[in-house]
Design a binder for this molecule. Structure first.
Ligand code: VGL
Ligand code: ZN
Length: 205
């Protein structure tokens, strides 16, 4: 019979190591306060995102940043019959990464949702993201960014389906919450899809 240990062992959180990459989803002006599709509290994730960036950069591990990069007539926009206000139009200020996000040299930028006729929430949809990750021999993705209930969720679910391990950095994501529970539901869906959740303080920063 196994002995019960007196104290529960600390939860094992995967650590950034060979084969890990940091994936920053849509940390762009338009999703931050003052932007066209501001996610409540979005800028509060930036210190945690930057701390993760320092860890990955310090360990020479890949850092990838996706950006929502819509054509001006994208079907996602209300005036084209879509659900959202005009946001993250290619080349606009709103589409730039938040100025406080410190992206180091070598960060790979992946532009998504470029085809005006197609809705695309997953960073893998119509991009070179998977190819880049395979080239870099990445097996585990640590994910931060916006928005929990749309692009973070879809990107994480795609990553899981493609066989990547995913660690969702819960203090470094925020949701739109069109309905108040959307982010909680999204996190539950990502866990059900195979993602594990951690906070940046669980990482040996
Ligand atoms: C997103 C709505 C529209 C996201 C992008 O990044 O989550 N949400 N476009
Ligand atoms: Zn968009």
């Amino acid at each position: 019979m196994k002995m019960k240990s007196a104290r529960p062992s600390p939860a094992r959180v995967p650590q950034p190591d060979t084969g890990s990459a940091l994936l920053l989803v849509h940390i762009q002006n338009d999703f931050c306060p003052g932007g066209a599709l501001a996610v409540p509290g979005a800028d509060a994730i930036i210190p945690a995102a930057n701390a993760s960036i320092r860890t990955f950069y310090g360990r020479k591990l890949p850092i990838l940043a996706t950006r929502d990069w819509h054509a001006a007539n994208h079907r996602s926009f209300k005036e084209q019959g879509g659900p959202w206000p005009v946001h993250c139009v290619q080349g606009s200020r709103g589409a730039q990464f938040h100025p406080d996000l410190v992206l180091p040299p070598g960060t790979l930028v992946i532009s998504g949702a470029t085809d005006p006729k197609r809705e695309a929430y997953s960073g893998f949809d119509g991009t070179t993201l998977e190819e880049r990750l395979r080239e870099l021999n990445v097996g585990t993705l640590f994910v931060a960014g916006l928005a929990t209930d749309y692009c973070v969720k879809e990107t994480v679910l795609s990553a899981c389906k493609l066989g990547f391990k995913v660690v969702l950095l819960q203090d470094a994501i925020r949701g739109i919450n069109v309905a108040p529970e959307d982010s909680e539901k999204a996190i539950a869906e990502m866990r059900a899809g195979g993602a594990v959740t951690a906070t940046t303080s669980d990482l040996a920063l």
